[in-house]
Design a protein around this ligand. Structure first.
Ligand code: SF4
Ligand code: SF4
Length: 482
């Protein structure tokens, strides 16, 4: 029985509720009046507190996703762009993944790290290797990492992850620093989430992979991850353990996308209903080729247009949730979906264990890669490309360091006020990047952009302060924020 507040996975992701939702969406997909009504409900509105968006229920959002009338699809895209603009402006936050270990006791059939893959070399970074990787990432200009590790209580116990986090935060190479470590590791206990919180992590990210329980069990035939309920209820335990920024995600291509979309939004609604705060981010990975894995063996793959539509509909349904896309996607796909709602992208990524240190921008080791990287450009090339496309690359990590997490963050976000911090912070962190890491062409382009953008900070006092900070950064000081 569907119950958004239940703590049981099968009740807050109720299979029957999803089927009814899909049936309703199918029956109404050409109901123009209803589609218009839903779009109107979701449109940003000016209130006494700022600009607010109501978001959409999984049921309403599923109607938008199902609707295939070209003129309505255009309206959906246009609203997604409007919402993106109202809450995220032109900023794109940058991050990089850091793979710590590919030891894994699970058998996920879509991942080359599954334990039965005897072809792939197994590797786990020592603390010295973590140090080398972090220095390489800092030297590229990264400030925000997402650490990744397979599930293996013997080789990668939580103590190992905690030690790595400590090492990462401790490294200050030249002007570099990793200021936010997001963590993408297997579902664990409340006690362990508490320890991660104590270690100062940013967002705890765990992809659901698929919300379809039966498929989930087939795709995860053995290992601790086989337990659908334990995996699906992980975010509730994380929140109980004190982590208030959690990141959801589905691996599109495993099951039917409309089912996943409804499940994903039901999960977001559940977190909001039970904990008072929805997901901080949603990731939208698509299944990719990797050693031992051929995406062709899964028949639920989605094309670029469907992918874009999903992103637009998520943007409309959960306007305050950051949306992440990785280098799994190529340049042109990334370009298209950024306009529709993506707020964070990775750049210069390596998806292998120990893929950064000792390699030039052109070289990339493939032996332990988790998936093929489609966008192989360096961080400097991505930053330049973003600016040429009218975006402001941001290396900001201010919120978590200012204690603006969970409901404190959402309260500011929901009235569009967070922008007063995001915009100047993007410019300050971009200035740091330009000063310390950028190529001469990127730097030139960036400084022109900052000179233009700083004048757009609406509050004169804040603008004055930001100008002062920029001057200090140009004179060698670092780490200013609003
Ligand atoms: S997806 Fe994660 S849990 Fe599954 S095999 Fe790969 S690393 Fe292990
Ligand atoms: S101010 Fe906060 S929400 Fe805005 S970019 Fe920085 S960390 Fe993100």
């Amino acid at each position: 029985m569907y119950d958004v507040r239940s703590l049981k996975a099968e009740e807050f992701i109720d299979h029957e509720e999803i089927l009814e939702t899909l049936e309703y969406a199918e029956a109404n997909k050409h109901n123009k009046e209803l589609v218009e009504e839903i779009l109107e409900k979701a449109r940003p509105k000016k209130t006494g507190r700022g600009v607010e968006c109501a978001g959409l229920s999984h049921k309403d959002a599923s109607v938008l996703l199902a609707c295939d009338l070209p003129e309505m699809t255009e309206k959906i895209y246009s609203l997604a762009r409007e919402i993106k603009d109202a809450f995220y402006g032109d900023r794109i936050v940058m991050f990089a993944p850091l793979y710590l270990s590919n030891y894994c006791v699970n058998k996920c059939v879509y991942c080359p790290y599954h334990m039965q893959n005897k072809e792939i070399p197994r590797k786990k970074l020592t603390q010295e290797e973590v140090r080398q990787e972090v220095i390489a990432l800092q030297d590229m200009g990264h400030k925000r990492l997402a650490i990744e590790a397979g599930e293996d209580p013997v080789n990668n116990p939580l103590e190992y992850i905690l030690e790595c986090i400590k090492t990462i935060y401790s490294i200050k190479h030249k002007n570099g620093a990793i200021r936010r470590v997001n963590v993408n590791i297997a579902a664990t206990t409340v006690e362990n989430y508490h320890k991660l919180k104590e270690a100062g992590i940013g967002t705890y990210i765990l992809f659901q992979e698929t919300y379809h329980k039966e498929s989930y069990e087939t795709l995860h035939p053995a290992g601790p991850k086989h337990n659908y309920a334990y995996h699906t209820e992980a975010m509730d335990r994380a929140m109980e353990g004190g982590i208030d920024d959690v990141g959801l995600g589905v691996l599109f291509g495993l099951d039917k996308y409309k089912y996943e979309f409804a499940g994903l939004l039901m999960h977001a609604e559940h977190l909001e209903a039970v904990h008072g705060v929805g997901p901080h981010t949603i990731s939208v990975p698509r299944l990719k080729r990797a050693a031992d894995i051929d995406p062709g063996q899964f028949d639920n793959g989605i094309d670029d247009d469907t992918f874009a539509k999903i992103i637009a509909c998520i943007r409309i349904a959960v306007p305050y949730t950051g949306m992440i896309i990785s280098t799994r996607e190529n340049e042109s796909c990334r370009e298209k979906v950024m306009k529709l709602g993506i707020s964070q992208i990775s750049g210069g990524s390596r998806t292998s264990v120990g893929g950064y240190a000792g390699y030039s921008a052109e070289e990339r080791p493939h032996d332990t890669e988790q998936f093929d990287v489609s966008d192989q450009r360096s961080l400097d090339e991505v930053v330049k490309w973003l600016m040429e496309g009218g975006y402001i690359p941001s290396f900001c990590t201010a919120c978590y360091r200012e204690g603006r997490t969970g409901d404190r963050f959402m309260a500011l976000c929901k009235v569009g006020q967070i922008q007063n911090c995001c915009h100047p912070n993007a410019l300050l962190t971009l200035q740091e990047y330009l000063q310390d890491y950028a190529s001469p062409e990127t730097r030139k382009l960036g400084e022109e952009l900052i000179d233009r953008e700083i004048l757009k900070v609406p509050d004169p006092k804040r603008r004055e302060k930001a100008l002062g900070y920029l001057e200090k950064i140009r004179n060698g000081e670092r780490d200013f924020r609003f």
